[in-house]
Write a protein that binds this ligand. Structure first.
Ligand code: SAM
Length: 297
């Protein structure tokens, strides 16, 4: 864009939001917090860091260090999944349909990368943990002709909707349960699928219990597909700021390191066999979507 002298104005574009016309024809620099050169540099550094490292890196490693004070919310928000079952709601309310598709394409490919070449039964029995909108129930039925699919879902309202949706699907049932507790299901499974769910169990003991519970439901040689983020360090990334008892933040998502997963898996009788990083464009902040494959010893 041209400036007043016909030359490109370096301030027009992404920095123009820092300036405000006040009706007198003069562009004033913003007042208060934004006016200092230091805060302006900080914002530029933040934008540059976001461009270089990508929004997911910022959310994982920089965001959690920020301090926030948010007023307490009067009533809890309804769970959007209980209103309408859609993949985009399992990610975030109002999430873009295209990014949703992009996310699931990437995770499906990572899962396929794990499974292609493995010897699987022709019509496997699958246990799906944290079924959400039912994406992985459909995936194993459509691609692997799963004969039996049992979903385990924490929220009873979601369970009711899923059971309504799958009423005419033979071999599909969804039970309301917390995977960290005793599971109210019978039999053993060829595949346990736990994608986008284990990091919601923020208490480490309950997370280990959950892993033991799913391992106990696998037949010997059966596989666990765990989807999430498995980096070099264990850290918390999702927080709720409103309504916390001490006015602080409540952890919603805890990402355990790959070595912690391996150790906990080993104690649960699971051998780690494969790790696949989902291929995703760094500038899209889609949910954690890498895959670890374990086998029941
Ligand atoms: C982010 S969604 C992922 C849904 C689905 N697995 C997918 O990838 O599309 C997480 C789901 O797990 C469920 N969930 C969270 N914690 C759980 C637990 N401890 N036991 C069972 N389900 C849980 C949530 O209610 C939600 O439906």
């Amino acid at each position: 864009m041209a400036g007043p002298c016909g030359r490109a104005d370096p301030l027009v574009g992404w920095t123009s939001s820092l300036r405000r016309p006040l009706g007198d024809g003069i562009v004033h620099p913003p007042m208060g917090r934004e006016s200092g050169i230091i805060s302006r540099c900080r914002r530029w550094a933040a934008i540059a860091a976001r461009r270089v490292f990508g929004p997911r890196f910022i959310r994982h490693y920089i965001g959690p260090m920020r301090k926030r004070t948010v007023p307490e919310r009067s009533a809890p928000r309804p769970n959007p999944l209980a209103v309408e079952l859609r993949d985009s709601y399992t990610i975030r309310r109002g999430y873009s349909p295209l990014l949703t598709r992009y996310h699931y394409n990437a995770v499906e490919n990572a899962v396929l990368e794990c499974l292609i070449g493995l010897e699987l039964p022709a019509s496997p029995h699958v246990l799906d943990i944290g079924s959400g909108a039912g994406h992985w129930i459909d995936f194993y039925r459509d691609l692997f002709s799963a004969e039996r699919v049992v979903g385990v879902e924490l929220r009873p309202a979601v369970v009711d909707l899923l059971n309504e949706n799958y009423a005419s699907a033979e071999g599909v049932i969804v039970v309301a349960a917390d995977v960290s507790d005793q599971l109210p299901i019978d039999g053993h499974f060829d595949i346990v699928n736990a994608i986008g769910v284990m990091f919601h169990i923020v208490d480490d003991d309950r997370w280990r219990h959950a892993l033991q519970n799913v391992a106990a439901r696998l037949r010997p040689g059966g596989i666990l597909i765990a989807g999430g983020q498995f980096g070099p360090i264990t850290h918390d990334v999702g927080f709720a700021y409103a309504g916390s008892p001490d006015g602080g933040r409540r952890v919603l998502k805890r990402l355990r390191s790959r070595s912690e997963w391996r150790r906990a898996g080993h104690s649960a009788g699971l051998k780690h066999e494969r790790y696949v990083r989902a291929r995703r464009f760094r500038q899209f902040d889609t949910p954690e979507a890498n895959i670890m494959l374990f086998r029941r010893i």
